[in-house]
Ligand binder design. Structure first.
Ligand SMILES: *Cc1c(COP(=O)(O)O)cnc(C)c1O
Length: 357
C-alpha cells in the first residue's frame, strides 16, 4: 500500500526504535528524565526561548498553549480552517473557557488586514480578545507556508493590540525547510509554539510546547490536569531527538515529491492540481464532477494499492512523508490516471475519516 492519507502514518524506523531502546530515562514528573530534559532544552535553545514542555500530542500542546495565554471568558482569533478551531473537539471551550472566532484569510494565512478591527473594545458587554493562533504550515487550507515578513507584521500588530500569539507548528520544520527562515526567526513572532513529532518527523508520538519559563511552568500544571504528565517518557523523547538529528533536512525530499506529484496530476485530464500552489508536503487536488466524487476516486485508488484522503466533495489531499518514495509518487500518478481512463463512478464508498463527507 502507498499511504498518502497523512504524514501521521509514518512508522518509526529500526534506527529510531534503537534510539528509543537505548534511551536513558527517569521519572519526568520529578524532572528526572535526562532524555526529556535534553529534548526540552535543545528545542528551547533552537527557538531562542527560555523553556519547553514535552506533551503527548499536538492537540495537547495546542490546548496547553491556549490555556496558558488566555483566561476563561477570553476569545481567540484563528483562520476558519485552523486545527485548534475545528479538529480539537471543542478543546478551547471545554478546557480553557475560551471562545473561538474564525476569520477567513487568503490561503488560510491571516494578515494584519484580516485581523485589524477584529479585537473587541474594552467594554463589559464583550469577551476579551486575547490570542491570535496561526498555523504554519497550514493544513487543510492548502499546505501553505507563511512568508517570514507576514509573521513579523502580524506579531508586531498583535503586540500593539495587547494580544498574544500562538503558533500551531504541527509542521514547524516543514515551514522552516520550505520558508527558508530559521526556527528562531519564526519563534520570535510567537509567545507559545507547539511542535509535532508524529507527523513528517516520523515519531510514534510526542509534541513540545515552547515559551517563557513562567508560561511553561503553568503549561506543566495544565498538562498534569489533562492527564498528560508522564513518567519514563524519555523512551518517546529519544525518538524526537533522533528525528531532530536525522529527519529534518530530508523534509525537502517530501516537498520535492509533493511538487512532482502535483505536476504529474496536473497533466491528467479531469484532475485539477496546481504545482504552483503546492508549497510543502501536502498536495491538494480536485476531480471533475463529471468523473465522480473524491470518495469514489479514493475507493478506486485503494483497489490499486494507493490510499489518498477525500476531503469532501471533489477535493482530495495527498501527504508525502518519509515512507513515500519518488517511485511511489510516480506510481500514484499512474494509478490516478488509470482510474480516470477506466472510470470509477461505480466504486463502493469508503473513507469516512474526519476530513471526509
Ligand atoms: C496533526 C495536527 C495537529 C495535532 O494533531 P494530533 O492528532 O494531536 O497529533 C495540530 N495542528 C495541525 C495543523 C495538525 O495538522
Amino acid at each position: 500500500m502507498i499511504d498518502l492519507r497523512s504524514d501521521t502514518v509514518t512508522k518509526p524506523t529500526s534506527a529510531m526504535k534503537q534510539a528509543m531502546f537505548d534511551a536513558e530515562v527517569g521519572d519526568d514528573m520529578l524532572g528526572e528524565d535526562p532524555t526529556v530534559n535534553r529534548l526540552e532544552t535543545s528545542l528551547a535553545e533552537m527557538l531562542g526561548k527560555e523553556a519547553a514542555v514535552f506533551a503527548c500530542s499536538g492537540t495537547q500542546s495546542n490546548q496547553m498553549g491556549v490555556r496558558v495565554n488566555c483566561l476563561p471568558g477570553d476569545e481567540l482569533l484563528i483562520n476558519d480552517t485552523g486545527h485548534i478551531g475545528i479538529f480539537e473537539a471543542g478543546g478551547p471551550a471545554v478546557l480553557s473557557g475560551v471562545t473561538v472566532r474564525q476569520l477567513r484569510a487568503a490561503k488560510g494565512m491571516l494578515s494584519v488586514n484580516d485581523l485589524a478591527g477584529q479585537p473587541r473594545v474594552a467594554d463589559q458587554h464583550y469577551c476579551r480578545t486575547r490570542l491570535v493562533c496561526l498555523e504554519n504550515t497550514t493544513n487543510i487550507a492548502g499546505g501553505f507556508v507563511y512568508p517570514l515578513e507576514q509573521l513579523q507584521h502580524v506579531s508586531g500588530w498583535a503586540r500593539d493590540n495587547d494580544l498574544r500569539m500562538h503558533l500551531d507548528g504541527a509542521r514547524f520544520f516543514n515551514a522552516i525547510v520550505a520558508g527558508g527562515y530559521s526556527a528562531a526567526e519564526m519563534a520570535a513572532c510567537f509567545d507559545t509554539i507547539s511542535i509535532c513529532f508524529s507527523k513528517g518527523l516520523g515519531c510514534p508520538m510526542g509534541s513540545v510546547l515552547v515559551g517563557t519559563t513562567e508560561d511553561m511552568r503553568l503549561a506543566r500544571r495544565v498538562r498534569k490536569m489533562l492527564g498528560g504528565a508522564l513518567r519514563q517518557s524519555g523512551i518517546v523523547a529519544a525518538a524526537a531527538i533522533y528525528a531532530l538529528e536525522n529527519n529534518v533536512d530530508r523534509l525537502q525530499q517530501d516537498h520535492d515529491n509533493a511538487q512532482l506529484l502535483a505536476t504529474k496530476l496536473a497533466a491528467i485530464n479531469g484532475i485539477n492540481a496546481d504545482p504552483g500552489a503546492t508549497e510543502s508536503n501536502l498536495v491538494f487536488f480536485e476531480v471533475d464532477s463529471e468523473l465522480g466524487t473524491a470518495v469514489q476516486l479514493a475507493a478506486a485508488l485503494k483497489k490499486r494499492g494507493v490510499c489518498i484522503g477525500p476531503m469532501g466533495g471533489q477535493r482530495m489531499r495527498a501527504a508525502t512523508h518519509l515512507d513515500v518514495s519518488e517511485q511511489d509518487v510516480l506510481a500514484t500518478a499512474d494509478a490516478v490516471r488509470d482510474c480516470v481512463e477506466k472510470g470509477f463512478v461505480d466504486q463502493e464508498l469508503v473513507g469516512t475519516g474526519p476530513y471526509s463527507k
